[in-house]
Design a binder for this molecule. Sequence first.
Ligand code: GLN
Ligand code: ZN
Length: 767
Amino acid sequence: MKTSVQGFPRIGAHRELKFATEAYLSGKADSGELGDAAARIRLESWNTMREHRIDLIPSGDFSLYDRVLDMAFLLGAVPRRYREAGLSAIDTYFAMARGYQGTVDGRRVDLHALPMKKWFTTNYHYIVPEIDDGARIALGGTVTGFAGGALTASVDPVEAYIEAARNGIDTRPSLVGPFTLLKLAACTGKRGPEDLADEVADAYGTLVARLAGAGARAVLLDESALALDLDARDVALFERVSRRALESKPAGVEIHVNVSFGDPRDAYDVLVGLPFDAVGLDFVEGRKSAELVATRGFPKDKTLIAGILNGKNVWKADAERVAATLGALSSKVAGLAIGPSCSLQHVPVTLEGERSLDAALLSRLSFATEKLGELRDIADRASGAKAGRDTAFPGTADAAGSGERESWWPATAETVRLPSRAERREIQRTALPLPPLPSTTIGSFPQTADVRDLRARLRKGEIDKAGYDGAIRSKIAECVAFQEEIGLDVLVHGEFERNDMVEFFGTLLEGFVFTSLGWVQSYGTRCVKPPIIAGDVSRGRPMTVELARWAQTLTAKPVKGMLTGPVTILNWSFPREDIPAARVAFQIARAIREEVLDLERAGIRVIQIDEAALRERLPLRREDWKRDYLDWSIPAFRLTHSAVAPETQVHTHMCYSEFRDIMEDIDAMDADVISFEASRSNLSILAELSRVSFGSAVGPGVYDIHSPRVPSVEEIGEAIRRMTASGLEIWVNPDCGLKTRGETETRQSLRNMMEAVEHARKTVHRG
Ligand code: GLN
Ligand code: ZN
């Protein structure tokens, strides 16, 4: 039984790629040094996979920034403004990834980055390619600028294949497939995906031919877009582009295709009917993968690559579940290979550097490197090379699909806040007098170097806890005074004591474990270190009450208690797999609920429970939304606040405005006030909100905090005017926390916001 890997983490065990890229981008290193660092990471990954005797080792899965961007770049899908900026190939590449400001030949060049989007059901973000009418899609256009350079093998899979071969490693090049590329790209010109299909297919055909010419014996196309909801036109596009790309396939090279993050239920027959030599399916997240194979059959002349190890979580696989899945498949397919459910880039590189985790836990964990060992063991066992069923994979059992109302599911009454929101609104009007168009911020204020430095000094023992707390309190006092000065209505303490909104609570709650080096790429050079939820979650003692109470003593205006919601904490962690996600969410919800009630008891009148990441775990397919996610995530949020008094105002915040399709569910969270990102989408959601008579008061962000730009009083005024015209009950706030912004721009932006609010109150809300 062969073992197959679609992709390996590319940031390096110590985030070497991040540091090398940042050094290059800040001018501290040249492209040669970046190229060398990238080559070292690739070689190390290849060697690791060879040591674990992986049969199908990927090449071309590496990227300096993002693989979708690489493919767009390779095929010449470079929008005109980047093409014409006069930058070198590598600077054009990075300009698309992260924008560019500078001078080229005496001209000022100011380019925005291409947008980023979440990669299927992961927390990884890819660059959205843009195809305009000027682009001529063909292999080898722009990338020739890299030719011979140290960086070529980082972008061009042919060069990567040759590099691996030179090191004695035979690889299977791994490419973002043509259909997925077309599905994810934004076509901004007159030509749509159908018009581009032949050009794109031909470019892939040429690429496969070149890879074969270089010696490759198999090529893997990642067509995970087949896990999305597809209509007949999509399926036809997939079929057309695949057939054409495979038409000119040279003899002696196999083409494999892979679907991760779900199952290809809308295109299964077409998928297995195409002349692919192997088809990889996801048996972890693909709810219907097994059923599709069982009921529709699988061709005898192809190999099925079963994605049986969870490529998105850090636990060892459950041996019994794996055995059962493989047992069922082996009777239905002639050729069977195994692999992870998706590229391993979504888990950390290795457990090797984890010295502080306890042995019992360590024995249950499996990062990318350890998963290679698991694959090898399973394959050896299956082929009889290793006798018996050993106990290599203890513990975790399958959690998938357990949506039953078990004893731990809260009773409906427990998740209902009374009286109704409309009645509460009246009560709060008296209990919490606020002017029309109340203003607030989302919570954090700039985490400037001095704040980060405080935490570093506490860690190194240069200051003691009392000294640290004192310094944090003076930051809070300063922050409260500033908010009073500019006239904000509901104040915040500024979140200076928090490094990260999930990590902060994770370290205070029972059940969370933190790794030393468990980094995962979020996008480009940004990496995150998600906590592991290793045990039952509970709250030992109050976490935020003391500071909140103290901040409230500084002002007569309400200061918001700030908490992270259960769904966001869950979505930004590695949860256990042997208990259902819903159960973990309810456990976290109960802990947060205790904190909410303690804040209320301490005299905090407004409590914000952030659900920044609520939408992230929403399944790809609409028919799975309720049962697999919304049916428990919304009640989990409701559980956190259902017991507060009607006078207490509950806010929530979300980091996206694409909730048109789950509007009712968001309304059902039953918050009194909700703030969200909206400035970049040009407040287009307002009409929709008023159409469904959304029940919470809404604070669509009036300016974009993801940019250092200071918005003018006029533009904020215009946003407020449009908001008030919607007839909704409106709050005025920025679109997210201010943590990543500088001090000066933040103060100016908020002053402008308040000036606009005061003006609007005079003109719109006279009397
Ligand atoms: N309260 C958090 C903050 O202001 C919310 C952050 C977020 O939405 N990502 O930083
Ligand atoms: Zn946000």
